[in-house]
Write a protein that binds this ligand. Structure first.
Ligand SMILES: *[C@@H]1O[C@H](CO)[C@@H](O)[C@H](O)[C@H]1NC(C)=O
Ligand SMILES: *[C@@H]1O[C@H](CO)[C@@H](O)[C@H](O)[C@H]1NC(C)=O
Ligand SMILES: *[C@@H]1O[C@H](CO)[C@@H](O)[C@H](O)[C@H]1NC(C)=O
Ligand SMILES: *[C@@H]1O[C@H](CO)[C@@H](O)[C@H](O)[C@H]1NC(C)=O
Length: 492
């Protein structure tokens, strides 16, 4: 497998469509619509769930159009204790073209273990907040468009269209869950896509003429793509400093074809330039197949790895794309407690679980062959060329608190670029460092990572230890962010 093919799942193909804000969204506050109720979306019980589940669970669809042709699927877990006094968090997916199955992995309440059993995630985010997991945009996970004549049915996207879908979802979600109106609200997510989807949605909320009950307080993003040149340009240093590539390849990347240029040539679809061809050949030779680029220190799920070679059989390009997308499923954090060490195969179990008809019924999802990253799906890659870091700056200026964090072992997007971008952003908006760069301590007194704070409004933090530590340490980050408390650091 060519190393660059791994990237195909990160950098998707492109297209654009005409789009205008549908008129019904402006008519939303009209009293003539019947009141919605969330009771129909309440989950009575999920197959295999641990008993008892001490919090309210809901899931189902929010329609994006009045003809009910396009619908976004969500799963909502109320906070395990005192939901009425806890904030509300919208969690967005990590990839632009894939389902947000975080509800069943990462920071969600559960994770599937052998067969039909769900295990409790002891680091679930709903200890700290009421949390909505959204499959967005239509075409990902359980979300869909039924009718090829409607606005959202083409599955052709850019950041604006995705923000519009998310905004319609939120507005209608708050109509359905009126008790959450005006609750402190946060948008969060982890993965390169959140560098786009999170600030775009936050911006859209602030631009609205009415708040619709959305009381946005802050945004939190992990390994976000904020500026393509800086973020992807730091990949060479990242690979080299982790020992994945040779000194010679590093020098070639520094001199002739850095990570940004290399990736740009891949997604352009044109043949490589001579310099990038050499870099690509070297990367493919030096980085072995089966290494999880989104956690370079962890093992790979060999079950999924093996599975992919059985599924393949089409053209090399198609099969590697499939391979890459399946392999990318191993990239997100797993649960430590599911097995000894990290369960690198947790995503394969999620696929099996979510494809069970009884599970789909319990979730109020339509019956479908669930795949995390269905094709075809077209995201306008030109969006990547527009940095979102200034948009984040303008949110800070408008009083939205921002936490940007990096899991240290992630290649796309590496902490090296993010750290520079956050520091530059602080300079730009005139924020001084209030907590200088220091190690921060987790609840178990281990070094959780490093942090630098720029007053209350802007914080950078890293998570040390890759995917095996993400569940625990990202919960600590969330807690300190929601409580407006700085991370505990070592003394100067
Ligand atoms: C997204 O697509 C719409 C319709 O083609 C266009 O009007 C808009 O400018 C695009 N937005 C971005 C950020 O490219
Ligand atoms: C598709 O949507 C159009 C416009 O809303 C509607 O007239 C048509 O009946 C729909 N088709 C189907 C198969 O639902
Ligand atoms: C799921 O896939 C199987 C096998 O390809 C097919 O027979 C079935 O109709 C599909 N079900 C749905 C709901 O699409
Ligand atoms: C940042 O520091 C500079 C120089 O010490 C000072 O002039 C400025 O007022 C500070 N800005 C803020 C927002 O505290």
């Amino acid at each position: 497998m060519q190393t660059h093919q791994v990237i195909m799942v990160v950098i998707t193909t492109m297209a654009a469509s005409l789009f205008t804000m549908p008129s019904f969204i402006r008519a939303e506050s009209d009293a003539c619509q019947p009141p919605l109720t969330n009771e129909a979306d309440r989950i009575s019980s999920l197959p295999g769930q641990p008993e008892p589940v001490g919090f309210g669970q809901f899931s189902g669809y929010i329609a994006l159009d009045d003809q009910l042709q396009s619908r976004l699927f969500y799963y909502f877990a109320e906070a395990a204790t005192n939901p009425a006094s806890k904030p509300l968090v919208l969690w967005l997916g990590d990839q632009l073209e894939c389902s947000n199955f975080g509800a069943f992995s990462g920071n969600g309440p559960f994770s599937p273990v052998c067969g039909n059993v769900l295990a409790t995630n002891k680091y679930t985010f709903n200890q700290e907040a009421n949390i909505i997991y959204l499959d967005s945009p239509t075409g990902t996970g359980f979300s869909f468009s039924a009718n090829t004549t409607t606005t959202f049915a083409t599955y052709i996207y850019n950041d604006t269209v995705i923000a519009t879908q998310n905004m319609i979802f939120l507005t209608r979600w708050f109509q359905k869950y009126a008790e959450y109106k005006n609750r402190d609200f946060y948008i969060a997510g982890q993965g390169y896509a959140t560098g786009r989807s999170v600030p775009f949605l936050a911006n859209r909320i602030l631009r609205g003429s009415t708040t619709n009950g959305i009381n946005l307080k802050g945004i939190m993003m992990g390994n976000p793509l904020l500026n393509f040149n800086t973020d992807m340009g730091s990949i060479g240093d990242f690979l080299w400093s982790h020992g994945l590539i040779s000194d010679k390849t590093h020098v070639l990347m520094e001199t002739f074809c850095n990570g940004a240029k290399w990736l740009r040539e891949i997604y352009s679809g044109s043949p490589f330039s001579t310099a990038c061809k050499e870099v690509d050949d070297r990367l493919s030779a030096e980085i072995p197949d089966g290494l999880d680029m989104q956690d370079v220190s962890s093992d790979t799920c060999l079950a999924i790895f093996g599975l992919s070679s059985r599924i393949t059989g089409g053209s090399k390009f198609e099969s590697s794309k499939l391979f890459s997308s399946i392999r990318s499923l191993t990239a997100s954090p797993s649960h430590e407690e599911v097995s000894e060490g990290t369960d690198v195969c947790v995503k394969e179990k999620i696929i099996k679980y979510l494809n069970r008809k009884d599970v789909q019924g319990a979730l109020h999802a339509r019956t479908t062959n669930w795949t995390a990253c269905p094709r075809p799906f077209h995201y306008d890659k030109r969006g990547f060329e527009t940095p979102t870091v200034d948009m984040v700056g303008s949110l800070v200026m408008k009083g939205i608190r921002v936490l940007i964090y990096s899991i240290d072992e992630v290649t796309f997007v590496p902490f090296l670029g993010t750290r520079v971008l956050v520091s530059d952003l602080a300079d730009k908006v005139g924020l001084n460092t209030t907590v200088p760069y220091r190690g921060w301590f987790d609840t178990d007194k281990q070094v959780g990572g490093w942090t630098e704070a720029y007053g209350e409004m802007l914080t950078y933090a890293s998570i040390r230890g890759g995917s095996s530590k993400v569940a625990k340490r990202s919960l600590s980050l969330l807690r300190s962010f929601l409580e407006r408390k700085p991370l505990p650091v070592s003394k100067a």
